[in-house]
Design a protein around this ligand. Sequence first.
Ligand SMILES: Cc1ncc(COP(=O)(O)O)c(C=O)c1O
Length: 440
Amino acid sequence: MKDELFELLKKEKKRQRDGLVLIPSENYVSADVLKVLGSEFGNKYAEGQVGRRYYTGNEWVDGVESLAIERAKKLFGAPFVNVQAYSGSPANMAILIALCEKKSDLVLSQELSHGGHLSMGQKVSATGRFFKTDHYHLSKRGEIGWKELGEKARRLKPRVIFAGGTAYTKKFDFKRYGEIAGQVGAYFVADISHVAGLVVAGVHPDPVPYADLVMTTSHKTLRGGRGALIMVTKRGLNKDADLGEKINKAVFPGIQGGPHMNNIASIAVALEEASSPGFKKYGRKVVRNAKALADSLGRYEFKLIGGGTENHMIWIDLRKKGIDGWSMHVALEMVNMFVNKQTVPNDPRPAYYPSGLRLGTPAVTTRGMQEAQMRLIAQWLGTVAEICQEHWSNSIGSENYEKDQEARKMFKKRLEEDKAIKKMRKEVRDFARKWPIFKW
Ligand SMILES: Cc1ncc(COP(=O)(O)O)c(C=O)c1O
């Protein structure tokens, strides 16, 4: 079919093939996941639950949703699972709707600029607008500030304590979270969106024995379509036997209408793939590669928050290099390398032009890369940082908006004309093409 849209699809496929995805939340899905995402399951409306729908014609999509639920229960060892949330943010919203009953019920979560995620009660998110929230921070060593968390939990008596972040390089100590929540009678929710695949692979602690609820997106390390799983654990059901039903109702009709059955099918496929021995190997390699990348970055004098990584994520503070996260992500995009600009704890810069970067190894590991390739990637990152320093202007970050924007425009123009950038773009492209993305 000749349509402008399909031209865009061709270009996006090429971009993904010719580039290195180091954004920690992104990954490549398998051909089977892709197949069901674009399948007829997407045509079907199925409001309600399996066997109890508000539409007819659900014989086969009921089978799809049952498979997704049963596979998730088995893989994570949780007695109740909802697979209908459209994504991670609505899933966290649904959890808070299910758990918080009074206006005064407080939600305690990791502060955004300290690696937390918007959807766990930050003021700019609906979860922070409609629920009362407070936050804990990281220690100087980049670990959860346990003293502050414990003190706030005792003083504020939260209804919900969230564990989970979008930039955190340590292993989450779910046992410790569970103990604190238990002492103050709070629900403990573990959002494992980033590390779910690592939990399945056995290279990250498992939250299920300690949390009341566990939420994960399905599309990061789990490599499914974009959705979410909300799981209620045995501990959660012991606290409230109706918690599963409350979650179902909070998702539909609470905040959603018809579930996206093609997406639920893709989750079922991904969960089956994740239960294979090959996936365990993949999870181990993700962590090994992240450690290799972090170690190599040290050679190029990058300052890593937390001093390294224990999972798939690397968090860089660029202040020592005299550049910002925006400049690096712009320059890296020009050489076909994709990373996230990211705020750092107590960042003096605004979120759009933050002081840091966030990198991850899930996608490059799916392409089969190993430690040797991580060393090469670190070298490229080091070179790009030097190029950014060379073209940096002190007017970038100026309090005068016009001056700042003009300086950023000039910086981009100088990068585009830089011979080393042009050479590296070709080098990265030729390198990336050698690493197939499954078999598309
Ligand atoms: C820890 C965490 N929770 C929730 C979300 C929200 O997921 P989504 O982008 O699917 O809404 C993210 C996304 O990055 C995340 O990192």
